[in-house]
Design a protein around this ligand. Structure first.
Ligand code: TZP
Length: 228
């Protein structure tokens, strides 16, 4: 019997895939989200160099308050660094910008283009991540072909207070049991709560302030990566 062709066996293999296998599938377990206003005045490029040197494998370029043209020139500058360190570069929201600079993928916010539309524009080779705020969002993202989901905010974080109460780690656990795509926890993720987040079934984490605002970015990235 050719086990690799047996549908049920494939299913069992998928269902028993553990956290490590799922993160290996996507190739990273830390997603660094940019915020040039949270670097204590240091250029974003310097932060990215430190992250690359520390071994960070994926960056989401998220500078949504500037014009598309400014986003493009900043993203190109960042891309030189992500390419140098073999890091994946995802563009927040803008599928057109992702295509224009041949980034590795796009990260769709809940108000962004539908996954099917982004997929049609980008093709199968680009990675599509989606911001999710509930189990329903994650299940939908998976069924629509997302490559990974960010779930959050898990903890209190200043930029998301207007959306109400954080989801919490028990909710994260139940969502992790409802999906087979890589699930990243976001929102208030710190070195101090990494362990409990990973123990609740997250395949990885996405971070802004814990890394962007840190004085020793290289050291902080290394510490985070060692704990994941
Ligand atoms: N999506 C959900 S919470 C959040 C995003 C982009 C902000 C995360 O920022 P921080 O500083 O890591 O809490």
């Amino acid at each position: 019997m050719d086990f690799t062709r047996h549908p049920n066996i494939c299913c069992i293999i998928t269902m028993t895939a553990n956290k490590t296998t799922i993160s290996a599938q996507i190739g990273f377990n830390l997603l660094l989200i940019t915020d040039r206003k949270n670097t204590s005045g240091r250029p974003l490029a310097d932060i990215m160099m430190c992250a690359g040197e520390a071994g960070v494998r994926a960056v989401q370029f998220r500078e949504k308050d500037i014009s598309l043209r400014e986003q493009m020139s900043m993203a190109i500058e960042i891309q030189k660094i992500t390419r140098q360190f073999d890091m994946k570069l995802f563009i927040n929201d803008r599928v057109d910008l992702c295509m224009a600079i041949d980034a590795d993928g796009v990260h769709l916010p809940s108000t962004g283009l539908p996954i099917a539309v982004a997929r049609k524009m980008l093709g199968r080779k680009k990675i599509i991540g989606v911001s999710c705020h509930s189990v329903e969002d994650v299940v939908r993202a998976e069924s629509e072909g997302a490559d990974y989901a960010l779930l959050g905010p898990i903890y209190d974080t200043p930029s998301k207070r207007e959306y109400g109460k954080p989801l919490g780690i028990d909710y994260l656990k139940s969502v992790s049991e409802s999906t087979t795509i890589p699930l990243f926890a976001v929102g208030g993720i710190k070195i101090s709560n990494l362990k409990e987040v990973m123990n609740r079934g997250a395949n990885g984490v996405a971070m802004i302030s814990e890394i962007m605002a840190e004085k020793d970015v290289t050291g902080r990235c290394r510490d985070v990566l060692n704990l994941l």
